[in-house]
Design a protein. Sequence first.
Length: 95
Amino acid sequence: MKVKGTCRNCGREFLVQQVFESEGHCPWCGRAFQPHYTGVLVEALELVEGAGNTLESALEKVAGMHPNFVLDEDSILARVEGYLAEIRRGRPRTG
């Protein structure tokens, strides 16, 4: 899974892998995505990408078994969507 984002400063799209390589900064404009917790942010994004890969792989295995049930999408996605909405809201730019 390749997680993408958009810089709130320059508006350009990036891959999370680029944030790892730039040590928590926008690969395009160079601004820190979280100036006070850059290392923690990079670590958390690594977890996000790894968890996404794990979830994607697990769901692929389950789907490949063609089980006689349907998973409730909200039970998997509701909390994730809530956190994504919180990230989208962010904080207004200052200065």
